[in-house]
Design a protein around this ligand. Structure first.
Ligand code: C2E
Ligand code: CA
Ligand code: CA
Ligand code: CA
Length: 279
């Protein structure tokens, strides 16, 4: 094949333009998405690796745009972060998720912890703690029933401001979870620097534990380290019974992934909890 010709540049250029146009279209459509009620949350079960009991639920955002159709979070979250729109969207997620837990509590689900994903910009807002406190109070929830999932990127974005914010959240009593652990930045220092409750081991490692000795050993080491630091461990992206068995044997506390459940609407999650065979 010919390499380095004008055609390649042209292709690259067109692809860039397409990506930029895409982002522009998403940006435009996002602006009315809250008002037009285009968002909803789906919920993914996180179960006790040992007993199989439902203990936590992660809220995941879904957007069905009137203009663009269903747009996956991997395509619109980054755009919303660039424009700052992630702040009102994140507030909507927080309130909606808390409302849902209160509804479940009044049904048969009882005590579950809800995890929500939080972006750096949300934490940079000095009013964030008040917002969280209010969302909890409005729905009669205890702080420990809410867990905020942050990525390592959030922790390095503005170490000073984020540090103070995390202290306040910790004083309030909400859980802090480090999402996608092991991807991106080398992060061992964060584990002692910030008061975290939970480590979520990224799917990229979990997916290979059955067949790759390296992944297996790495996950084992992460779990051992988590134990020694007194952290709870969640394995993400558990897709097979074999993976679940290995993780349980290694002492991973919680499992999340398609093997347990896909992200599903609230009524289906209720059914999942009811139909779960007794541990
Ligand atoms: P994440 O927080 O790492 O969420 C886990 C993602 O992995 C979800 O994708 C989930 O559907 C998917 N997943 C779960 N189990 C499995 C599995 O067994 N196999 C595979 N292949 N995938 C699995 P989703 O819902 O598309 O979300 C993608 C990302 O978008 C999330 O990654 C999170 O970073 C971001 N996101 C989603 N909702 C929100 C939100 O409300 N706020 C913010 N700031 N970010 C969000
Ligand atoms: Ca997450
Ligand atoms: Ca994750
Ligand atoms: Ca992720």
């Amino acid at each position: 094949a010919k390499k380095g010709g004008r055609g390649d540049w042209r292709f690259f250029n067109d692809a860039m333009n397409a990506a930029a146009k895409d982002a522009l279209a998403i940006d435009g459509a996002l602006r009315c998405a809250i008002e037009d009620r285009e968002f909803r949350l789906v919920y993914q079960a996180i179960t006790d690796a040992h007993t199989g009991k439902l203990t936590k639920v992660e809220a995941l955002l879904r957007w069905k745009s009137a203009l663009l159709g269903q747009v996956p979070p991997d395509r619109f979250i980054a755009v919303a972060e660039d424009s700052g729109m992630i702040v009102p969207i994140g507030t909507w997620v927080l309130r909606q998720a808390c409302r849902q837990v209160a509804l479940w509590r009044d049904g048969v689900l009882g005590e579950v912890t809800i995890s929500i994903n939080v972006s750096a910009l949300q934490l940079a807002d000095p009013g964030f703690v008040a917002l969280v406190r209010q969302a909890l109070a409005d729905n009669g929830l205890e702080p420990h029933q809410l867990e905020l999932e942050l990525t390592e990127r959030v922790l390095i974005d503005d170490a000073g401001g984020v540090h103070a914010m995390l202290e306040q959240l910790r004083e309030l009593g909400v859980g802090i979870s480090l999402d996608d652990f092991g991807t991106g930045y080398s992060s061992l220092s964060y584990l002692t620097q910030f008061h975290l409750n939970t480590l979520k081991i990224d799917r990229a490692f979990v997916m290979n534990i059955e067949h790759s000795e390296r992944s297996h050993n790495l996950v084992h080491a992460i779990i051992a380290m988590g134990h020694s630091l007194g952290l709870q461990l969640v394995a993400e992206g558990v897709e097979t019974a074999g993976q679940a068995a290995i993780l349980e044997r290694m002492g991973c506390h919680y499992l999340q992934g398609y093997h347990i459940s896909r992200p599903i609407p609230p009524d289906e999650l209720l059914r999942f909890a009811i139909e779960r065979p007794a541990p």
